[in-house]
Ligand binder design. Structure first.
Ligand code: GSH
Length: 209
């Protein structure tokens, strides 16, 4: 059986790309890289957004499968190439590993990585100091746009059925009124909120209409 070649989309000095290259190297899995730059013409192009709606690296292509997000790529590689060792399927052990991926995706990305960018690699004319609200609004829009792109062509976020991706991504968009964020530009996401609400056993909370 011929191996499907792995293509890892990267950009210079990206710590998130390094996480993946580190693991590929430890696993001894062969791959080739496609290097991008941080200009809107590259990472924010329609062609690249078709691979990653967030317009970010890393992205891993395995034939027709395209995976974005360093945490998701690590999970894929661990299960596809690492057996039970790097990401066990035992419920408690899997959750213990996932806690640290969550820390990497939150505190490290929005703490250490942001401080590094601000102190060293601020690109172009991006203002150094955005208010906390401006930064949060930009991230909110990127999250909602990413969901909208997927939900415009599929009923559920990850697979052809509800998964824990729905559990993870429902609540804050559903609380948009409290955040004073208008969901009018996101019709597919609004329809999806309705589908999640219709799941058997759905439980609401104050602030969700
Ligand atoms: N949560 C994402 C974050 C990816 C990320 O922040 N990538 C940076 C490079 S390290 C990027 O593409 N920045 C360009 C941009 O956000 O426009 C992941 O873990 O892959």
């Amino acid at each position: 059986m011929t191996e499907i070649p792995l293509i890892l989309h990267v950009a210079p000095r990206s710590g998130n790309c390094h996480k993946v290259e580190l693991f590929l190297s430890i696993l001894g899995v062969p791959y080739r890289t496609a290097t991008h730059d941080y200009t809107p013409a590259d990472l924010k192009s329609q062609a690249f957004r078709a691979k990653n709606p967030r317009g970010q690296v890393p992205v891993l292509e395995i034939g027709d499968n395209v995976i974005w997000d360093s945490q998701a790529i690590l999970v894929y590689l661990a299960r596809a190439h690492g057996g039970e060792g790097w990401l066990p399927s035992d419920a408690a052990a899997m959750a213990e590993v996932m806690q640290w991926l969550a820390l990497s995706a939150n505190e490290h990305l929005f703490g250490l990585a942001q401080v590094r960018i601000m102190r060293r690699y601020r690109h172009g004319n991006e203002p150094l100091v955005l208010t906390v609200l401006e930064r949060a609004l930009a991230l909110a829009a990127r999250g909602l746009e990413t969901m909208e792109r997927r939900l415009a062509r599929a009923p559920w976020l990850a697979l052809d059925r509800p998964t824990i991706a729905e559990m993870a991504c429902f609540t804050y968009p559903a609380l948009h009124r409290e955040a004073e964020i208008d969901l009018a530009p996101y019709p597919a996401t609004r329809a999806w909120l309705g589908r999640v609400r219709a799941l058997p056993g759905f439980k609401t909370m104050e602030g969700i209409d």
